[in-house]
Design a protein around this ligand. Sequence first.
Ligand SMILES: Nc1ncnc2c1ncn2[C@@H]1O[C@H](COP(=O)(O)OP(=O)(O)O)[C@@H](O)[C@H]1O
Ligand SMILES: [Mg+2]
Length: 362
Amino acid sequence: MTTSPHPRLEIRDLVRVYEGKTVVDHVSLSIDPGKVMCLLGPSGCGKSTTLRMIAGVDMQNSGEIYVDGNLVCDTVFRVPPERRSIGLMFQDFALFPHLTVGENVAFGLTSSTGAEKKARAKSLLERVGLAHFIDEYPHQLSGGEQQRVALARALAPRPSIMLMDEPFSGLDNRLRDGIRDETLDLLKEEGASVLLVTHEPEEAMRMADEIALMRGGRIVQRGAPYNIYNAPVDREAVSFFSDINVLRGKVQGALTDTPFGQFLAPGQPDGAEVEIVFRPQHVSIDFDRDGKGPNPTALAGTPARGIVERARFMGSESLVEFRMDHDGQVLKATVPNVFMPKPGMPLWLTVRRDRCFVFPVE
Ligand SMILES: Nc1ncnc2c1ncn2[C@@H]1O[C@H](COP(=O)(O)OP(=O)(O)O)[C@@H](O)[C@H]1O
Ligand SMILES: [Mg+2]
């Protein structure tokens, strides 16, 4: 295998304007050979439009696309879609109903002989555990099986890049995790670089080597799943992955006071307003002993008291909402399901200080 100094796919400053509205706004990305990048963001943020430009089925207003360091598309030069070595897989990418499963998989293999096509189709179908369906028709397969055939079809021509747009969203939940893992294994084996579009954070975290978080046409953060989750750039980047709690404070001497103790607000001027953002799973609860809670610690800070407003059973855990004594604000905590406190019960809350994020209020 030769190692190229270039990323497998690189896009620079892609812009797409529809009817005066910039829906993709200077998006730049690069994916190294064999890596999976997830483009993650809410519905309507421009993910599919970005993918369509890379596939060559839509044209950018400005910006360039490179494969292995070679320009495939700018605003004057354009390699046609079928010559970009790109495989596509979309949620509604239907199989051809009048072709057998084997013929579906072999469909894109234009430059091989009949025997070669059949062998490649067979080996991919074996790989996804569906070789016994090779002469059947798509309607005889379940949704999950059709999905695996579609994956085999997309990979058959050995694309160096796979573009996948919400490919699992048509599948029911119980099937999805298994098919995601299987798909990932196969993509890694085939060595394709993958750009996977999704609006589901769990899917991105499960699949991605790297996540590009997109909002309003822009990439707001890029990084490994661990970093995106644990070092988010702003409040919205936290809330995209989970429920959040927010405390407000004013800065004095690069610190801000809260009912949970002081937090560092480095670089923030005196008088600036900041938000302290944390997830319900980083809140711990403790019993009230004659109006007193646990002692403050360096990691958990100062406890603050609240009254249970409601508790909801969520399966592996419960979500408890508290009305806080200090200002009547509602805060949420997730606790193991064995503990379901009754409304009206006073409890003390502490937050994992190393899991709190301090952001300036815009
Ligand atoms: N062909 C089009 N004409 C006009 N507006 C479009 C077209 N395609 C997409 N849009 C708009 O561009 C924005 C981004 O769409 P899209 O890329 O599909 O978002 P996502 O895939 O992130 O949900 C949306 O506001 C959508 O309405
Ligand atoms: Mg889309």
